[in-house]
Structures are given as structure tokens and as C-alpha cells.
Design a protein around this ligand. Structure first.
Ligand code: GDP
Length: 452
């Protein structure tokens, strides 16, 4: 049994309501000391919070009581909905603290939900992913994880491995009564698990990008149409567009959603050397560093002039290993039409993406190309998200499954095979949190906010 914790669950700024959460065995005792009515379980309770020194009314509130185990944390939980005044919220929080609760640490409510077996570790992590999701796609995948999609996927795999392990163990322990398990049967289970894990890991990069987002730099000589493309991708007039070279002196940043990927789009100052003023020089230096830190560079050149030597020089300023898409602008002047790509060869300077920011020609195609370049065109929607921790555990599990599979193919002693199946199970157990140490737990919950 843990002690009683409390925290403000809403942002501490003026708003319509504020929520204070209390969890632990003293929750009901504490609320009975500071609320002017008797709490009715299973009801929405309306009344006043009273300062227990002088019975002064602090705020008119709604109290939601949750009796264990039917609560988020699995403990007795009280939620007090106050008016959204930071002063009132703090006063009520202090009152709760004075009456026997302690301030919760980051993510402690969710940690308790995990420790009390209300959710597994992948679901606890999903809470954080859901809160931090930058696109509706990521939010929806995180919600799937929270509802147990990843948990079920891993549990199914574990159940099959546990079943075959039990059969092997029984035949080893009772050789007279239980026949040796057919190697073909062991192999079939291991192959199934291997295929499943490999499939999940194939999507690892996609999952990382969905969770973390990407940075896209728009690069090119002055006046090629960088700011216009920036505005076209955002669908608003954010960057200033003029025909005076050097108008964009600083980098401008906005977030956009590219098919569910959260992307930070950066319009770099036109990169040109030579006779430029001091301010523009700083802008150019900034642009170079932005380009170096980006995941993908959109290399723009003016279609009405064709690819110039200066364009190529600008593109060469970025690392050669960077992902790039070559883009020919101002299609409305050239009238060129896009030759659709039949392969995933990428768009080169010779075969660029053709766009017009004026008419929006090719803008959707460009978004698709960015998605394909970053994630690949063959990703399947797995319906859930994995993070680096899950991927690491899956890789370890895969290693053991491969060793066990090789051993089964060679018809080695089943005792030996069972050791690797057990190790694979332990690795898979890390995902759900069945096998996990305190350090990992602390690390996960430290990234939560207080009150969650
Ligand atoms: P930047 O210096 O690379 O950011 O270029 P801007 O976006 O400021 O554009 C430079 C000039 O090219 C402006 O006069 C724009 O109106 C013009 N321009 C940009 N994109 C297009 C386009 O798609 N079609 C046409 N016709 N003009 C464009």
C-alpha cells in the first residue's frame, strides 16, 4: 500500500476549471475534512471546500470520488474540480497537503496505475505519447496503445511461446509420461514469433518519426521561391514574399502535418556569398546550420531560369548524405508537367518535383514525396506505436528466437532451446513491464508532468 499523493492535474494558469487529484488510502478521509457535504460514492458531489481552520468557504466545487479498485490508479481517488484560478487551486492543494497527502512526483499517478496492475507499461507510455502527440495520426496510434493494441500483440506472442515452453519443460521433466515435442512444432511457433517481431521492427523508423517528428529545411538561392513554397505548404501567408533578393534574412519556422508526421518547416534565408550586408551574412550562416540539422532538404531552383551553377553550389553546402528532394519552382510560368515517378528512385536535379506555389501545382505530390523519402512508401499501418525501449526489447527477443530456431533446425537438445525461449520471453516481458527494473521505471515516469 502506498501513501496518499496529490497534485494539480490541469495547467496552473487562469482557466474555466482546475482539477486537483488525490490518490491513496487517505483520499476519502482528507476530502471529508475539507468538503461541506458527506461524499456519496458513485455520484457527482457538489458543494464547498472549507478552510478547516475557520470554516471559511474557499471555492464552490465538484468532487468526483472513485473507490478502489475502480479508479485510474486502482486506489481510492478523489478529483476536485475547482474554478480555474491559480490562487484558489494552490490554496486547496495546500489544504489537501496539510490534511495528510504529499505532493506527487512526475507521472506518479500513472506509475501507481501500472504498479497496481491497472495498465501495463506500454499503456503507461501511451498516456505520455497521447499527451505529447503533435498530429492526429500520432494521437490516434497512442490511443490504440492505451486501449491495449500493442499490449495484446505482445501478449499473444508471449502466450504462444509460453505454451511451447511448457510442453518442452513437461517432456523434459516427465520423459516417461510426456512425449518429446516435435521439432517441427517448435520451429513453427518460433517462425511465427520471428515474422511478427520482424514486421513490427520494419515499422520502427516510421514509429520513431511519428513520435518525434522531423525537420525540413527549404534551401536555395535568393528569389527561387522558398518563402512562397513555405507559405504554400502552410496554406497561409506567413513568410514575406518579394522579388527583392535577400528579403528573408532570418530563418522562419512553423509546424505542419505531413500525412500524420509532425514536421518543423524552416524557410532559410537565401544563401548567397559575396557582396551582402552584415545582417544577411548572419542569416546565411544560420541557414547553413539549419540545413545541417534537418532531416530532409528541399533544394529549390527557379524553373523559369533553369538549374544554374549557383543553385548547385548552394545545394552542395549541405552534407552529401542528407536526404534531399530537388524542386523546380514556378511551373505556372514554364507550363511543364510532372513526369510521375514509377520507382522510388527519388527526385534528382535532372528529374525534379515540379511545383507552382502560385497555383499549388505539385504541392500535394511534394508532400507525398517528403513522406516517402522519410518513411518509405511500403509501410503498413501497424495500428500501434513502438518507442526505442520497445524496439530494443524486440531486437533482443528476436536474437534469442533466432538462436532457438537454429537450434531447433539442428535438432539440438530441447533443454538448450528452452533457455533461449525463456530469454526471449523475458525481453518481451520488458515491454509490458512484467520484467523491468526500477531505474527504467524511474526514467519512463520522469518524463511525465506532475499530476499525470
Ligand atoms: P525566396 O527569396 O526564395 O524566398 O523567393 P520568394 O518566395 O520570396 O519569391 C521570389 C519571387 O518569385 C516573388 O516575386 C514571388 O512572387 C515569385 N514566385 C515565387 N513562387 C512563384 C510561383 O510559383 N510562380 C510565380 N509565377 N512566381 C513565383
Amino acid at each position: 500500500m502506498f501513501d496518499t499523493i496529490c497534485a494539480v492535474a490541469t495547467p496552473l494558469s487562469a482557466g474555466s476549471i482546475g482539477i486537483i487529484r488525490i490518490s491513496g488510502e487517505k483520499s476519502f478521509e482528507i476530502i471529508s475534512k475539507i468538503f461541506d457535504r458527506k461524499i456519496q460514492i458513485g455520484m457527482i458531489n457538489h458543494g464547498w471546500i472549507l478552510n478547516n481552520k475557520n470554516n471559511e468557504k474557499l471555492d464552490e466545487v465538484i468532487v468526483l470520488p472513485f473507490k478502489n479498485p475502480k479508479s485510474f490508479t486502482g486506489e481510492d481517488v478523489i478529483e476536485i474540480q475547482t474554478h480555474g484560478s491559480p490562487v484558489i487551486i494552490r490554496e486547496i492543494l495546500n489544504l489537501v497537503l496539510k490534511n495528510g497527502a504529499r505532493l506527487a512526483s512526475r507521472g506518479e499517478f500513472t506509475k501507481r496505475a501500472f504498479l497496481n496492475h491497472k495498465i501495463d507499461l506500454s499503456q503507461a507510455e501511451a498516456v505520455l505519447d497521447l499527451i505529447n502527440a503533435k498530429t492526429s495520426k500520432t494521437a490516434s496510434l497512442a490511443a490504440n496503445n492505451l486501449s491495449g493494441t500493442l499490449k495484446n500483440e505482445i501478449n499473444n506472442m508471449r502466450e504462444n511461446l509460453i505454451e511451447i515452453l511448457a510442453k518442452i519443460t513437461a517432456s523434459l521433466d516427465f520423459p516417461e509420461d510426456v512425449a518429446e515435442v516435435e521439432y517441427a512444432e517448435i520451429l513453427a511457433v518460433l517462425e511465427k514469433a520471428q515474422t511478427k517481431i520482424e514486421k513490427i521492427l520494419q515499422n520502427a523508423r516510421c514509429h520513431n518519426v511519428l513520435r518525434e517528428g522531423i525537420q525540413i529545411a527549404i534551401a536555395g538561392c535568393p528569389n527561387v521561391g522558398k518563402s512562397s513554397l513555405f507559405n504554400a505548404l502552410l496554406n497561409i501567408q506567413r513568410a514575406i514574399v518579394t522579388d527583392i533578393a535577400g528579403t528573408t534574412r532570418d530563418t522562419i519556422t512553423e509546424n505542419i502535418d505531413i500525412d500524420g508526421i509532425s514536421a518543423t518547416l524552416i524557410d532559410t534565408a537565401g544563401i548567397r556569398e559575396g557582396d551582402i550586408d552584415k545582417v544577411e551574412k548572419i542569416g546565411v550562416e544560420n541557414s547553413k546550420s539549419v540545413i545541417d540539422n534537418s532531416d530532409i532538404i528541399l533544394c529549390l531552383f527557379d524553373g523559369s531560369k533553369g538549374l544554374q551553377k549557383e543553385d548547385t553550389e548552394v545545394f552542395q553546402l549541405s552534407e552529401t548524405l542528407k536526404k534531399r528532394l530537388y524542386i523546380e519552382t514556378k511551373q505556372d510560368i514554364t507550363g511543364k508537367t510532372q513526369q510521375m515517378q514509377e520507382t522510388n528512385a527519388g527526385y534528382t536535379a535532372e528529374n525534379p518535383i515540379i511545383i507552382s506555389s502560385k497555383t499549388m501545382y505539385g504541392i500535394e505530390n511534394l508532400k507525398k514525396a517528403i513522406f516517402n523519402e522519410i518513411i518509405g512508401s511500403n509501410v503498413e499501418d501497424s495500428g500501434f506505436l513502438t518507442n526505442q525501449r520497445h524496439q530494443e526489447a524486440l531486437r533482443k527477443a528476436l536474437e534469442h528466437i533466432e538462436i532457438a530456431k537454429n537450434a531447433a533446425q539442428q535438432e539440438e537438445l530441447q533443454d538448450l532451446i528452452s533457455i533461449d525461449i525463456k530469454s526471449a520471453l523475458l525481453s518481451l516481458g520488458e515491454i509490458s513491464g512484467e520484467v523491468v527494473n526500477d531505474e527504467v521505471l524511474d526514467h519512463i515516469f520522469e518524463s511525465f508532468c506532475i499530476g499525470k
